[in-house]
Design a protein around this ligand. Structure first.
Ligand code: URP
Ligand code: ZN
Ligand code: ZN
Length: 458
């Protein structure tokens, strides 16, 4: 381990922007001062003209996830390399309990997938699909012994959904422990009705996918889960918000225990892509909730600006085109999900900060500081003395072109093909070690540490 001095950068926190040097001692930030002179350092990095951001925290990834009889194309190894190249130093993935099996088993399985592979630091939310006495004991064990402070639920999809009464039971338990429940907000019944109508009319092409996931299903689920959170006083995290109407439902009820996430795809893409000509040109944009209208995108940007939306995470879940072919004759069999872990920070900087939709400090807040606070990750999410030295040296003047052929993510397509971005990650530092420098990955497989998280502090 070593001492690194970063000179002449502009430090950005969620509240302030100032010129400063940063001294790193082993894993920790030792000093942040205007001018640091230290002769003991092993390495001095000149960050002139660059911003210094806290390492990105992507709290919504799905590496190696089994979906529609196939597996998302990034492993914990390839996905975490992509994350580091894009300035993300921590990921939280979802360990999914299989119905009828234990939540502990899910955690153990995901640990097996990630340990010795993941380069970023990592943690898991555990998705609860079966609420019973044993599950509640497992939740307590996972919380107290493994530092899992967040539990995800679904109100839709046969393999995942739980009834509202069980959501409330889980919320009561998680509230007692001091954690948070997150929800995929789509109402299962409404999705079933919409899907059956399409299938009964022989509408099987991928362009029908958005009609199988109406905005009303998102709104209905949001209203229900907010009620459940209020009754139980359990903190709530709504994942991948996609619509204006969904945001309006939240706006009325937003409080200190209700947290909201959206994703770059809902900010940058719209449902126009579902009118593309070929099967694959449509199928490569299939995710749930689906892409919405241009007005929805605008409203979500405003929601971020007004701080009704707290976090931008990715829901990173890539699939190769051959995998999308599984749904060639029936869109309901197309594996759902889009990539994003590699480009989240650069996309949000270029399209958000540069275009005046969010401020530089809000950018830091929603990509790092808030995720760390909401999910109880000590020592991360802020550039301050005593914090982990997870630092991104970011060149705001450097351009980048997004192309599937160039990307690190293990996927043969990107929804952002041909998009030019202004602002690029130059160097990523993880706990005091240079992880990536100008695209060169310098850490070994398995470098990432599992993070035991802490009860919510706000
Ligand atoms: O389509 C999506 N979002 N796939 C990933 C799993 C989920 O529902 O978050
Ligand atoms: Zn989801
Ligand atoms: Zn997801």
């Amino acid at each position: 381990m070593s001492k690194i001095l970063i000179k002449n950068g502009v430090v950005v926190t969620n509240r302030a922007t100032f010129k400063s040097d940063i001294l790193i001692n082993n894993e920790i930030i030792e000093a942040i001062e205007k001018k640091i002179i230290n002769k003991d350092v092993e390495c001095t990095v000149n960050a002139k003209g660059c911003y210094l951001f806290p390492g990105g925290i992507d709290v919504h990834t799905h590496m190696e996830l089994l979906v529609s009889e196939t597996v998302s194309s990034d492993s914990f190894y390839s996905g975490s390399v992509a994350a580091l190249c894009g300035g993300t130093t921590t990921i939280i993935d979802f360990a999914n309990q299989e119905k009828g099996k234990s939540a502990r088993d899910a955690f153990n399985l995901w640990m097996k997938k990630a340990k010795g592979e993941c380069l970023t630091d990592f943690s898991f939310h555990v998705s609860i699909t079966d609420v019973n006495e044993q599950t509640l004991k497992d939740v307590e064990y996972l919380f107290k012994e493994q530092g899992v402070t967040s539990f995800k639920t679904f109100l839709a999809y046969d393999a995942m959904k739980i009834p509202l009464k069980d959501l409330k039971i889980l919320m009561k338990k998680v509230k007692q422990l001091g954690g948070i429940v997150s929800v995929h907000a789509e109402d299962g019944k409404m999705l079933e009705v919409a899907k059956d109508k399409l299938l009964n009319n022989g509408l099987l092409g991928p362009e029908n996918h958005p009609f199988a996931h109406p905005v009303e299903a998102e709104v209905c689920a949001i209203e229900d889960i907010i009620k459940a959170s209020k009754v139980t006083t359990c903190p709530l995290y709504i994942v991948h918000l996609s619509s204006h109407k969904g945001l309006e439902a939240i706006r009325k009820e937003k409080s200190s225990i209700i947290h909201v996430e959206t994703c770059p795809q809902y900010l940058l893409l719209d449902a126009g892509v579902y009118e593309n000509d070929t099967f694959l040109d449509v199928a490569k944009y299939i995710l749930s909730p689906p892409l919405r209208k241009n007005e929805d995108r605008k409203s979500l940007w405003k929601g971020l600006r007004d701080e009704y939306i707290d976090v931008v995470a990715t829901d990173h879940c890539p699939f190769n085109l051959s995998q999308r072919e599984l749904g060639k004759d029936d869109f309901t069999k197309i594996p759902n999900g889009l990539p994003g872990v590699e480009e989240r920070m650069e996309l949000l900087f270029s399209e958000g900060v540069n275009k005046g939709r969010i401020t530089l400090n809000q950018f830091v807040d929603m990509t790092s500081t808030m995720p760390a606070k909401i999910f109880g990750i000590p020592k991360k999410g802020e550039l301050k003395v005593g914090a982990h030295a997870d630092i991104v040296i970011f060149d705001p003047k450097k351009k980048g072109l997004l192309k599937a052929k160039k990307q690190i993510t293990n996927c043969d397509n990107t929804p952002y093909e041909g998009l030019t971005l202004l602002g690029k990650v130059r160097t990523t530092i993880l706990r005091g070690q240079i992880a990536v420098d100008k695209g060169k990955v310098l850490l070994n497989k398995g470098h990432g540490k599992y993070l035991k998280r802490k009860a919510l502090s706000f």
